[in-house]
Design a binder for this molecule. Sequence first.
Ligand SMILES: *Cc1c(COP(=O)(O)O)cnc(C)c1O
Length: 419
Amino acid sequence: MIAEAQRRARADALDPAGVLPVVRAQLASLAGAAGTRPVLNATGVVVHTNLGRSPLSEAARAALVDAAGYTDVELDLSTGRRGRRGASLTDALLAAVPEAGGALVVNNGAAALLLATAALAAGREIVVSRGELVEIGDGFRLPALIESGGARLREVGTTNRTHLADYVDALDTDVNEVDSSGVGALLKVHPSNFRVDGFTAEAGVPELGRLARERRVPLVVDLGSGLLGPDAALPQEPDVRTALHEGAQIVTASADKLLGGPQAGLVLGDEELVERLRRHPMARALRVDKLTLAALEATVRDPAQAPVTQARQARPEELRRRCEGLAARLGSTVGEVEVVPSEGRVGGGGAPGVVLDGYAVALPEALAEPLRTGTPAVLGRVHGGRLLLDLRCVPAAEEAALELAVRRAASAVQPTDHR
Ligand SMILES: *Cc1c(COP(=O)(O)O)cnc(C)c1O
């Protein structure tokens, strides 16, 4: 496959920059056929949970490699003394989210929520709307997670409608109890993977924030998706800065969804509360390794370079042009080829209902299996008897590898009709 890529590059049929990804993929397959394998994501789903959510930016990959050796993760090189672990990542997060007084990074979004609820409300109550007790995926349920950390759930409202008065009631009943310390926190969860339409009502962050301040209980907001600031392309998607500005005291989010970093969980908010979380014994068990710290810092310092951001923002005309180029290069050598409109998705349980308009190269369905099991593996979408390869999440530099993979799959399917 490498020789073929070289041959095509010499014959000007392939951008020479396209040879490197082919070499990489081939090396990866030689290195460990049984391990996880690189996949070209031609599904059009940007944050693809089954494909490791977010691919890392070049800067994040480089930072990860640099951190693989000895690194100053807990040392201040200017004084030679012990430093706070991951201090430069904390600085980067606080610079990106000026509304936050403190920041903490843990293993994933679930860990962030577990730590927040355990540290603030173990043995006490967490007041949460019945409409926000969500299951995220693979049977993972937020209520079970929260209870496993020792907090008790105090469900208020109904599935479709919850009002501020429901939270007030919960707090009032609490005050009538013996020591009035029954409620550890108010919790608002962004139901990231579904939408409730019709006769609905919810209490927003501003009103809950006011209530929380009045009653001196913290308001924790679990955002999930991890947008640090507002994004005009996703007007319905809540973000960390706005939630804090509106009155959340602690916000938790994933780092590998819309932020586009490595798997991690973010805790941002009130400095003292974040400090309480940091000092909780559980924090040590949930902490991230130096590779994650390095890759996440590079991502936070330059979020525009995150591949998920670029894929999300890819313009339809550009995707069409790329698909037409690929279709023309493939010609009829691989069977019937056509460029068709394709609806991409944000994915990862984020921005449900948002359609990303794009294009795909439609190929015979018979290519789906050889492509999926080839090297690199190529995952498309089978629809209406055809295999659709949506180029939204395939970086331009990997297009050549994709093209070669399609040719190989086609010759495997029709051995007489290759190239
Ligand atoms: C994704 C998500 C989580 C869990 O985050 P992980 O990083 O997958 O652990 C928690 N809450 C919400 C609202 C989410 O969308």
